[in-house]
Design a binder for this molecule. Structure first.
Ligand code: NAD
Length: 481
């Protein structure tokens, strides 16, 4: 079995307790690696290393232009290691190799984009209302940033925080999910081989209470960047706030994918199916509620059911596979429990609704792509995040009803609208409560486009130019002339 130590100050670090925990391969349903089980002492060592790096000449006092160039070299280093990193991701989270390769191959763009912004962070001179002073602002990095990530897209969601943090001159301690630590450790090694100084990015592995919580509490940590469930996010946000530390919270969703009868139905059907079943539905932006206009309800349902029934399941490393396993054993059970809840609530199974019993799925944690019809938006299957391959179909009559149902959710992360009416597209994008609205496309993301949630889907935005502000403090300087 492979072993992965933590990574602190450019070196492997074993847990101060000497303990390890196992990480499982969701396709084989068995452990494949041991990960060091970190403690508060390991957190302290990692934060101390990050703090030294922040104040040291080879990072903290590098010119922003030089820092940007390092990030550009690091981007090239990652680009040369896409297969290595993508395969580790698949081993841990069971997502399709093609998707993980795509995600990892896209990571360097974040470093190039934010590396390019590093020397464009400018203060301002204030045209003051009082004579006799020269007053200006400086934009300064916060210091040590804690990044806590989930298991579903470990490297991509990490990079959304890591690249802007590094570009501003901050240093970082990462706590990856206990289910998917290996790729993060390897990523940081690749970054250092490409020229990132030791201590600038550190990784502590282990469990939320044992590692994540002391990391948030550490007095030298100035900000917490978190992606994960809204339950944990609430807890982490409150813990950070108690110490007056900033936090960015990217949380869950129950995103509506809304199909009007004037839509290009071929495109809409593809967008709906990939919107929920890509990544086996384990995506914060999964389009897990299909709102479909009554006049095309039966046709759309027939087509998505046909596509789902014939989806190829199996080994995520196999290029022919379309739907992989659920990433973790507890998540597998949670998805099956939600299927029972939906049936009890009176929803109808149009396809799927059970564990996959196919030879190509072996002992893995597979659930058949599942579509429920006859769903009312008040049901739990329409209100709670399943985070699995389960779609709830809800009919609507007109635009107003679609908006009402779409917004009748405590979440507000993403939303899809499928229509050929441009005016309707504008009206819908204005009225839907969500951080992102996609029209005639679904699940598109870019380093340039701000991303985040409203309502219970989170606080703050990642990606785009303004994300850099999340890692900067403004200092105002008054000079008596
Ligand atoms: P999770 O909340 O269970 O765990 C996320 C991370 O928090 C893990 O690293 C975990 O160890 C850590 N953690 C748990 N308790 C902690 C504590 N008390 N203190 C500090 N750290 C703690 O989430 P998950 O199950 O790994 O991920 C799935 C969730 O993430 C889903 O709800 C999904 O919607 C959400 N998600 C959101 C986005 C987004 O950008 N909005 C993206 C992907 C996933």
């Amino acid at each position: 079995m492979q072993q992965f130590a933590m990574h602190v100050d450019g070196k492997d670090r074993l847990s101060s307790s000497g303990d390890w925990f196992e990480t499982e391969d969701p396709f084989r349903g068995e452990p494949w690696a041991k990960i060091a089980r970190g403690t508060a002492d390991d957190v302290d060592a990692a934060v101390t290393a990050a703090h030294h790096a922040f104040t040291r000449g080879d990072w903290g006092s590098l010119t922003p232009t030089a820092r940007g160039r390092v990030l550009s070299r690091v981007a090239d280093g990652i680009a040369a290691n896409v297969d290595l990193l993508a395969e580790l991701e698949v081993r841990d989270n069971g997502k399709l190799l093609a998707e993980m390769r795509g995600q990892v191959a896209y990571l360097p763009e974040w470093l190039r984009y934010y590396g390019g912004l590093a020397d464009k962070v400018e203060g301002t001179v204030i045209p003051l209302d009082k004579p006799g002073y020269f007053t200006f602002t400086r934009r300064e990095p916060l210091g040590v940033v804690a990044i806590i990530t989930p298991w579903n897209s470990p490297l991509m969601l990490l990079m959304w925080k890591l690249a802007p943090a590094l570009a501003t001159g901050c240093t970082v301690v990462i706590k990856p999910s206990e289910f998917t630590s290996a790729s993060t450790i390897q990523l940081v090694k690749v970054m250092e081989e490409a020229g990132l100084p030791p201590g600038v990015v550190n990784v502590v592995t282990g469990f939320g209470a044992e590692v994540g919580s002391p990391l948030i509490d550490h007095p030298l940590v100035r900000k917490v960047g978190f992606t994960g469930s809204d339950r944990t996010g609430r807890h982490i946000g409150a813990q950070a706030a108690r110490q007056l530390k900033r936090s960015t919270l990217e949380l869950g969703g129950k995103s509506p994918n809304i199909v009007f009868d004037d839509a290009d139905l071929d495109a809409a059907v593809n967008g709906v199916v990939s919107g929920i079943f890509a990544a086996t539905g384990q995506s914060c932006i999964a389009g897990s509620r299909l709102l479909v206009q009554s006049s095309v309800h039966d046709e759309v349902v027939r087509r998505i059911v046909d596509m789902s029934r014939t989806a190829r399941m199996g080994d995520p490393m196999d290029p022919g596979t379309q739907v992989g396993p659920v990433t973790t054993r507890p998540q597998y059970q949670k998805v099956l429990d939600y299927i029972d809840v939906a049936i009890e609530e009176g929803a109808t199974v149009a396809v799927g609704g059970r564990p996959a019993d196919r030879p190509e799925c072996g002992n893995g944690w597979f659930v058949e792509p599942t579509i429920f019809t006859g769903v009312d938006n008040s049901m739990r299957i329409a209100q709670e995040e399943v985070f699995g391959p389960v779609l709830a179909v809800i009919p609507f009559e007109d635009e107003q009803e679609a908006i009402r149902i779409a917004n009748d959710s405590r979440f507000g992360l993403g939303a899809g609208v499928w229509t050929s009416d441009i005016s309707r597209a504008f009206r819908m994008s204005e009225q839907i409560q969500a951080g992102t609205v996609w029209v005639n496309v679904y699940r598109a993301v870019s380093f340039m486009a701000p991303f985040g949630g409203v309502k219970d889907s989170g606080i703050g935005r990642e990606n785009g130019i303004s994300a850099i502000d999340e890692y900067l403090e403004t200092k105002t300087v008054w000079i008596n002339t």
